[in-house]
Design a binder for this molecule. Structure first.
Ligand code: IMP
Ligand code: MG
Length: 434
């Protein structure tokens, strides 16, 4: 029996979708447990390249069930678009189960996301603008609309009547925006509900039954721990509660914490961040350009899957990574995009934060402190030979092996899997995770 959680160790975009796609072979169920279509996963397999925001990466594997758990915020229009994209390319989507308890992103959520960001001006968070934050606010404010309501047009109409008045007052009164029309929304969302009805089910039971039958359940994280509402770089974080810590995974599909048997942290071999907020190891030089545009011609550069924004780039931050490892109780690391570092003269890892003449080994809580730290770097020699065709740890260049060993020591956790390219087979299994 095992429930395995795959979590992003940095600011998202670590390559979780790719790792889940690789591990999914051994799983029966693959479930998303948090966030919404702010997430973006790129998966490249023998069927081509896919960008998914809501549907778990397990969908490409026949006879696996894909679950969108209660912890996810679902934009029905986006979900229907993804289903279309997959169906039109011959992928069987009948094994998707959408939780009745999941929250629905409504038009006012997208509008409020936009208006609130504009209102923040220079202090904007740099959200993906998908309405995910306002949707989670309403979940907690007990004003949310759930999938169970969406797919029953009478319940939907009732809920829209209950909540739209207050939403319109906020939109017009607080932000000076234009009110939304109830009839239009009931009409459009009623149609979405009808189209999604056949996918809706008891997602919690699907996860639990598979687990009790002794099958592997993979819980696919979205974003990264440094964007976590509690443990991230608040307020420059996302709004799922808690989006990325491993106990949030149990909550987001409806199982107990003791059901989780393994927690895998996915880290890039360097760091990226989209959106605003502190990033101690951020680079602004030619190295940043080089890392960002590596593989750009194949659509593999560091540009956001959801928004297309260029990602900010920096060296691997072991102080932040240690924080992630502790917060999530990581037992295993998947290190991605090692090949992007190929050919660099030297590679740096941040092992401390300098602040006011002291060296910190922990991430400071105060935003102003985190914004003013100076990274303390350890320099390691780079390697000349390409790694993208390597499949055995021992066949990696010696400098690459030293880099990986150093990451293990700094994080106090074994690196069990390394990815050296976007294709499913471009991976080095150091030690089998499942
Ligand atoms: P929101 O989740 O759209 O509210 O955005 C809040 C912050 O999280 C912004 O900095 C976004 O860029 C970031 N963010 C949200 N989803 C992702 C993701 O999937 N990858 C990377 N960053 C993300
Ligand atoms: Mg992403």
């Amino acid at each position: 029996m095992s429930v395995v959680v795959v979590i992003g160790g940095q600011w998202g975009d670590e390559g979780k979708g790719r790792i889940v796609d690789l591990l999914a072979r051994k799983a029966r169920v693959v479930a998303r447990y948090s966030a919404g279509n702010n997430a973006g996963h790129t998966i490249i397999n023998e069927l081509g390249e896919f960008k998914l925001h809501l549907i778990p990466a397990g969908i490409f594997h026949e006879d696996k069930t894909s679950v969108i758990g209660n912890g996810v915020a679902v934009d029905p229009e986006i979900l229907l678009g993804e289903l279309d994209q997959l169906q039109s390319r011959g992928i069987d989507t009948s094994r998707l189960v959408l939780s009745e308890r999941a929250q629905v992103i409504m038009p006012w959520h997208r509008e409020l996301d936009r208006l609130d960001e504009a209102h923040r001006g220079g202090a904007a968070i740099g959200t993906t603008g998908r309405g995910v934050g306002p949707c989670f606010v309403d979940k907690v404010a007990r004003r949310g609309i759930r999938v169970a309501d969406l797919v029953r047009s009478e319940a939907l109409a009732e809920r829209v009547d209950e909540v739209l008045d207050i939403q319109n007052r906020i939109i017009t009164g607080v932000y000076g925006g234009d009110p939304l029309d109830a009839a239009d929304i009931k009409d459009a969302y009623g149609r979405f509900g009808k189209q999604l009805f056949r996918f809706v089910g008891d997602a919690q039971a699907v996860v639990l039954d598979a687990h009790l039958r002794g099958e592997v359940v993979l819980l696919e994280g979205a974003q990264g721990s440094l964007l976590d509402l509690d443990h991230g770089t608040y307020p420059f974080v996302t709004s799922s509660v808690p989006s990325s810590s491993s106990s949030g995974a149990a909550l987001g599909v409806g199982i107990g914490p003791t059901d989780i048997s393994r927690v895998i942290g996915v880290f890039k071999s360097y760091c990226t961040r989209v959106g605003n907020g502190p990033f101690p190891t951020e680079l602004f030089d030619a190295t940043a350009e080089r890392l960002r545009d590596h593989g750009k011609e194949f659509g593999r550069g560091e540009y956001g899957t959801t928004t297309g924004r260029p990602r900010r780039i920096g060296w691997l931050d072991a102080v932040a990574a240690q924080h992630t490892a502790r917060v999530n109780g990581l037992q295993s690391i998947a290190l991605t995009r090692l090949d992007v570092l190929d050919g660099l003269e030297t590679i740096k890892i941040c092992t401390g934060y300098g602040l006011n003449g002291k060296i910190l080994d922990r991430v400071p809580v105060l935003l102003s402190a985190l914004e003013s730290v100076t990274p303390v770097y350890e320099e390691l020699p780079g390697w000349r030979t390409p790694t993208s065709d390597v499949r055995d740890f021992d066949a990696l260049p010696q400098q690459a092996r030293s880099f990986i060993k150093r990451v293990e020591t700094l994080l106090g956790c074994p690196v069990d899997l390394i990815s050296v390219g976007p294709a499913r087979e471009q991976a080095v299994v150091v030690s089998p995770i499942l």
